[in-house]
Ligand binder design. Structure first.
Ligand code: FAD
Length: 502
């Protein structure tokens, strides 16, 4: 009897312990695959975190592929028979909530594949999925060429931004980065290596662009290039009136290339946040700070006009003509003349500054939204004034700028609110401490709730939902295509499980 009781206890203990033993088991790959998985503590620890600094998800191993064929072998093995482990491509891990993570599965360190080859006619570059945009810029600019659409921050991977959309101040004119891709090499969840384009395997091409890593791993992207300008006139103007600010933004994004600006964004200076006046000359900085104090919110219109030797003689005239038509507060304009590279790489300087203050590797409970133009004033009143400005303090950046929806291709997976032609990009880019993450997250939830309750038709970007119904709502009429493509290209649901969709 005593023996029986002992056995029951032993079995019970085993049942409870077994799952955790399995979890910590390393993944053993057959020798015939000829693949080495790294699982040392520092590699695993680095692959468990991301820029969001809110989640920790431990993979079982990390593969640093020396060729796309290695990824294909790994996925063919994983997909063969019973699901053995899941797989997530990881570029820079600049996700916010574990989107590039995989519990106990294999992380593919895409930065191991990072080549950039510019075509002879300089019309496109063939870029490895793990290449950083900053390296694409360096390689192409050497030859006098450049991609035409950029994210604000260039130290992110090509595969990572193409899996989302890749948006920034050139989208109004050239579309998001996904609209500037000619062809892709993709390894599906079944391990197949396929080339796709609008003409070839178009279902895979459309699915992967903005597809959150769900259908395949991008190992090569053919990116559209144009002539690279040499320099940029980079201008910020201040507004105290929201309607005047958005009216000017909207007019500028409707102008033709030669008369208008090349880049347009906007941000808010709020009296309860840190106001970075450093763009303005030292003599004006206290005036800018006073302006924010007295108005509560100041709206910063940011534009750039690119130029080079051919346009040098007329650039000042063009800028004068443009700025004369704008209704910013008289005197509150500041212009920098910088190289094209320094302009595009401008956030790196911010990163270096924040790193030196120990403020880069902190939690980032960011909320990114698209808001239709007709509801931007409601958003401003209901969210910016009634919620954000009423916080005791805010820490981080608030972006607000319009873009043109007709530059997006609705066949692709990426979602943008489909209500109107002009859509605003909102970035509530808060930094937090480990202690106040829940507080900032609850403000974010309140913002989403307020938008829903007041009928503001937002769409989230870089989102992380944990409930299936939220994903179904997010993709709307595209959901049936999205889930059908999953069954087609990744039937075992191996890829990018950190997105929590399937
Ligand atoms: P990861 O975080 O590594 O991966 C993101 C997702 O893509 C994961 O699901 C991953 O599995 C998948 N994935 C990664 N590589 C591949 C691949 N080769 N094939 C298939 N799937 C893959 N975004 C903008 O659009 N505009 C901005 O202006 C902008 N500014 C930013 C500024 C900062 C400071 C930061 C940290 C981020 C910014 N982002 C911006 C967000 C950024 O584009 C996304 O976080 C993007 O995913 C980052 O790329 P990554 O290489 O770090 O991707």
């Amino acid at each position: 009897m005593a023996n029986l009781r002992l056995m029951v206890i032993l079995v019970t203990v085993l049942i409870y312990l077994l799952p955790s033993c399995i979890k910590s088991l390393e993944i053993i790959l057959p020798k015939s695959l000829n693949l080495t998985l790294l699982n040392d503590t520092s590699t695993i620890s680095a692959a468990s975190q991301d820029f969001g600094n809110i989640t920790t998800v431990k993979p079982g191993g990390v593969l640093c592929p020396s060729s796309p064929a290695e990824i294909s072998r790994l996925l063919s093995y994983a997909a063969n028979g019973e699901r053995k482990f899941q797989v997530a491509a990881r570029g820079q891990g600049h996700s916010l909530k574990g989107q590039a993570s995989v519990l106990d599965g294999v992380i593919i360190n895409m930065t191991c594949l990072s080549g950039v080859v510019v075509s002879d006619d300089m019309k496109y570059a063939d870029v490895a999925g793990g290449a950083l945009w900053v390296d694409v810029l360096k390689k192409t600019a050497e030859k006098g060429a450049s991609p035409v659409s950029w994210t604000d921050y260039l130290h992110v991977s090509v595969g990572g931004t193409l899996s989302n959309a890749g948006i920034g101040g050139e989208v109004f004119r050239n579309g998001p980065q996904i609209s500037n891709v000619l062809e892709l090499d993709v390894i599906t969840g079944k391990g197949e290596m396929l080339t796709c384009s609008p003409q070839l395997n178009s279902e895979l091409f459309d699915g992967v662009l903005g597809g959150l890593g769900q259908f395949g791993i991008i190992t090569r992207a053919r990116i559209v290039l144009n002539h690279a300008p040499k320099r940029a006139k980079w201008i910020r103007m201040l507004y105290s009136d929201f309607t005047a600010f958005t009216k000017d933004q909207e007019r500028l994004i409707s102008m033709a290339n030669d008369t208008g600006v090349d880049y347009l964004e906007g941000q808010l200076f709020m009296s309860n946040g840190v106001v970075d006046t450093s763009f303005f000359p030292p003599a004006d900085q206290s005036k800018v700070a006073d302006l924010v104090k007295s108005h509560g919110i100041i709206y910063v219109l940011e534009v750039a006009k690119y130029y080079d030797d051919a346009t040098l003689p007329i650039i000042n005239q063009v800028i004068d003509k443009l700025t004369k038509t704008l209704s910013y507060l008289p005197g509150f304009i500041s212009m920098h003349d910088v190289t094209y590279f320094d302009f595009l790489n401008r956030v790196k300087a911010e990163e270096d500054k924040l790193r030196s203050l120990g403020l880069w590797d902190v939690p980032h409970p960011w909320l990114n939204l698209f808001v239709p133009k007709s509801q931007i004033l409601d958003f401003h009143n209901g969210v910016v004034k009634d919620i954000l400005l009423k916080q005791n303090s805010t820490s981080g950046l608030t972006l607000l700028y319009p873009t043109n929806r007709n530059k997006w291709d609705n066949r692709m997976s990426a979602m943008i609110t489909d209500e109107e032609d002009v859509v605003y990009v909102i970035g509530l880019l808060q930094s937090a401490t480990p202690q106040n993450v829940p507080e900032v997250e609850s403000v974010n939830e309140k913002i989403i709730r307020v938008c829903k309750d007041s009928g503001i038709k937002i769409k989230q970007y870089l989102m992380h939902y944990t409930r299936k119904e939220d994903w179904v709502e997010h993709f709307g009429t595209k959901w049936s295509d999205f889930s059908r493509r999953k069954d087609l290209f990744d039937p075992k649901k191996l890829l990018s499980p950190g997105q929590d969709i399937f």
